[in-house]
Design a protein around this ligand. Structure first.
Ligand code: HEC
Ligand code: HEC
Length: 405
């Protein structure tokens, strides 16, 4: 009896408060729903976080080399690549090496807005730093090449870069006694071939890495590695200035493609040889006659598929070694980090093609905020990587060569 009474009371209580209960349930449901929306809205604008570099770039299994990077001692393959990187034998007329456009004294790039070219030409883009290139999955301003082994031959044979004939370059390497010796030791071959040349150069480029900048040390937990100002700059980078939307991950690039409205290089109007190069590039990348005769703006990844919506898009530039690699952007039109920050503070450049990234808006950064942002951008560079120009092996008659019996 007692028990039944209790049950009855409970039932009644529930009935009485039914509206209250359903209201609470409804409330919980609404809160859950709005939380869900908030979380997902945040997700939509979410980017990868910033990350430190691992201690060495990934090493492909088909081109093994040491995991050691600058400043530790190179292994034999890396050292061979060092020689070849500085050796003009790897070019058309035997006068220009990779290092002439990727000069250690010019941030392992070239300090003119537009790079020098193969003798008799100028290039049409800014030369990028070779430092940390081993960590990139997409190489070049158009990001169209995916490994250093594949990048090197493009550079050595390109009409305004190395302009070399592979057979000629191979003969030069094959008949340089010291190279023959070194290639035999490293690759076990009687005669060097160009694939080994690209492999060795790539191994050297992987050695040319800088994974221990103040930024990297900070990200790995050393809270004293960055000044308070640089830390504030990092917050601005991630927050108010929203650079992280595109510049994120280990190399501070999402390796995606955007038009940010970089202005045309003035060189086109000033220099006949520059016009020749631009026409040549349009032509050799398959543009129709009315296009290559009349266009002067670099349309970036448009060349890949000739889609109008790709015009003006370039790979998000990695933001490392910036301290030494000015000027900036695909055509070097921004000379200093201050100019870069001013460019973004105004909301990027001109929307020439209607493709400009929508998220670029005027930032209204104060003087202090700009200073802090700059301090942060400088923190992804360590000490300058200075290497002497090596003495490259000379041609010599091959004394131990014997005619076949
Ligand atoms: C005549 C100048 C010149 C020579 C010679 C040259 N380069 Fe370059 N290099 C450039 C320019 C300019 C770019 C950017 C071109 C582009 O993206 O369209 C570049 C881009 C690169 C990149 C891409 C970096 C990145 O951030 O994606 C690497 C790596 C590189 N070169 C390595 C080499 C190697 C290795 C050699 C020698 C085999 C070489 N270069 C020879 C001018 C040169
Ligand atoms: C919409 C994506 C996007 C955003 C947002 C963005 N960038 Fe960039 N950034 C790029 C692209 C793409 C390039 C290469 C553009 C070109 O050369 O035409 C670039 C180039 C750069 C370069 C030149 C690097 C070099 O080696 O030449 C710097 C420096 C830079 N950005 C810094 C910043 C800073 C600082 C912010 C925030 C204020 C920012 N970026 C916001 C996409 C972006």
């Amino acid at each position: 009896m007692e028990m039944q009474n209790e049950k009855f009371k409970m039932k009644n209580l529930f009935r009485k408060n039914f509206h209250l209960y359903s209201f609470v349930l409804f409330l919980l449901f609404t809160i859950h729903c709005s939380l869900f929306t908030v979380v997902h809205a945040a997700d939509a604008g979410k980017s990868r976080p910033l990350m430190p570099l691992p201690s060495n770039p990934p090493i492909p299994t088909d081109n093994p080399s040491g995991a050691n990077v600058y400043p530790s001692k190179m292994d034999a393959k890396q050292e061979l690549g060092y020689l070849l990187f500085f050796d003009p034998k790897v070019s058309g007329d035997g006068s220009i090496s990779c290092a002439d456009c990727h000069d250690p004294k010019q941030g392992w790039g070239f300090a003119d807005p537009i790079s020098r070219g193969y003798p008799g030409t100028v290039h049409w883009r800014n030369s990028q730093t070779a430092v940390n290139s081993g960590y990139l999955n997409k190489i070049f301003w158009e990001g169209g090449t995916t490994s250093l082994e594949a990048q090197a031959p493009v550079a050595a044979t390109g009409g305004v870069a190395g302009n070399g004939s592979p057979d000629m370059m191979e003969s030069r390497v094959r008949f340089t006694p010291e190279y023959v010796r070194r290639f035999k030791d490293i690759f076990g071959v009687e005669w060097p071939n160009m694939d080994h040349v690209w492999d060795a150069i790539a191994a050297f480029e992987r050695w040319l890495s800088q994974p221990d900048t103040p930024f990297d040390k900070f990200m790995k937990g050393d809270k004293n590695a960055l000044s308070v100002k640089a830390q504030k700059g990092m917050e601005i980078f991630k927050g108010k200035a929203n650079c992280i939307q595109c510049h994120n991950g280990q190399m501070l690039t999402d390796e995606k493609f955007y038009d940010i409205g970089v202005a045309d290089a003035p060189e086109f109007e000033e220099n006949g040889i520059q016009q020749v190069t631009v026409r040549y590039q349009f032509y050799s990348k398959g543009s129709a006659e009315d296009v290559y005769r009349t266009h002067k703006s670099d349309p970036g990844i448009y060349f890949k598929q000739k889609r109008l919506e790709d015009r003006g898009k370039f790979r998000t530039a990695p933001l490392r070694y910036l301290k030494y690699s000015a000027p900036y952007m695909h055509n070097g039109t921004l000379f200093t980090i201050d100019e870069v920050i001013e460019f973004y503070n105004k909301g990027g450049g001109v929307d020439r093609w209607g493709n400009k990234a929508k998220i670029l808006k005027p930032l209204n950064l104060s003087k202090d905020e700009k200073e802090a942002l700059k301090e942060f951008l400088l923190s992804t560079s360590g000490e300058e990587i200075k290497l002497p120009v090596p003495k490259v092996p000379d041609y010599a008659p091959m004394a131990d060569w014997q005619p076949r019996k």
